[in-house]
Design a protein around this ligand. Structure first.
Ligand SMILES: Cc1cc2nc3c(=O)[nH]c(=O)nc-3n(C[C@H](O)[C@H](O)[C@H](O)COP(=O)(O)O)c2cc1C
Length: 158
C-alpha cells in the first residue's frame, strides 16, 4: 500500500514556517488582521463592518460558524469533483463571487483584479451595481469566463 499521504503530511509539517509572511492565510480572521495592517480606516471599515448595529453581520457569522466539515473516512478521494450544474451551465465549484461594490477603495485595479482572479479560477463573477469599473472593462478582462450583474432583492424574514 502506498504511503504517499504520509509523505505529503510529513513534508507539510517539516517545511512549514510559522509565521511565514509570504504564505496566504487560510483563516478568515488572519485575512482581516492583514488587511487592517495595510488599509486606512475608511477602506478597512467599508469592508469589515456592517450597517446599523451590525446585528445581521453577527447573525450571519454565527450561522456560518454552525456549518462543519464532516470527515468521511475510507473513501476514495483521489479524483475529487465539486462540479455543480446551474441554469444550464456547469461550474467547477459551488462558489460565486458576490457583488462587492466600490472595490477601487481597497485596490487600484478594483473589480478588474477580482474579475481576473475569478476568470482564472472558473468562479463566476457578479458585477456590483456600485462597481467602480465598467461592465465593458470587466467583460474584456474576463474573456469568455462566466459572469453576471447585481440584481438587488430584499426579503425580510424572521
Ligand atoms: C464590502 C462589501 C460590499 C458589498 N457591496 C454589495 C453591492 O454592491 N451590491 C450587493 O448587492 N451586495 C453587496 N454586498 C453584499 C454581498 O454581496 C453579500 O451578499 C453579503 O456580503 C453576504 O454574503 P457573505 O456572508 O458571504 O459576506 C457587499 C458586501 C460587502 C462586505
Amino acid at each position: 500500500m502506498s504511503n504517499f499521504g504520509n509523505q505529503v503530511q510529513s513534508k507539510l509539517y517539516q517545511t512549514m514556517k510559522n509565521p511565514d509572511p509570504n504564505r496566504l492565510p487560510v483563516v478568515y480572521e488572519e485575512w482581516e488582521k492583514r488587511a487592517r495592517e495595510v488599509l486606512e480606516d475608511g477602506p478597512f471599515y467599508y469592508v469589515a463592518s456592517g450597517s446599523g448595529g451590525e446585528k445581521t453581520l453577527k447573525a450571519n457569522l454565527e450561522a456560518f460558524n454552525r456549518w462543519k466539515i464532516v470527515p468521511r473516512i475510507l473513501r476514495n478521494v483521489e479524483n475529487r469533483d465539486l462540479t455543480v450544474n446551474l441554469f444550464g451551465h456547469s461550474y467547477p465549484f459551488p462558489l460565486f463571487h458576490a457583488p462587492i461594490g466600490v472595490q477601487t477603495i481597497i485596490h487600484s485595479e478594483g473589480e478588474l483584479a477580482s474579475a481576473k482572479a475569478c476568470a482564472e479560477m472558473g468562479v463566476p463573477f457578479i458585477t456590483s451595481s456600485a462597481s467602480t469599473r465598467s461592465m465593458e472593462e470587466i467583460a474584456e478582462a474576463m474573456g469568455d469566463a462566466p459572469r453576471g450583474f447585481n440584481c438587488i432583492g430584499v426579503k425580510m424574514r424572521k
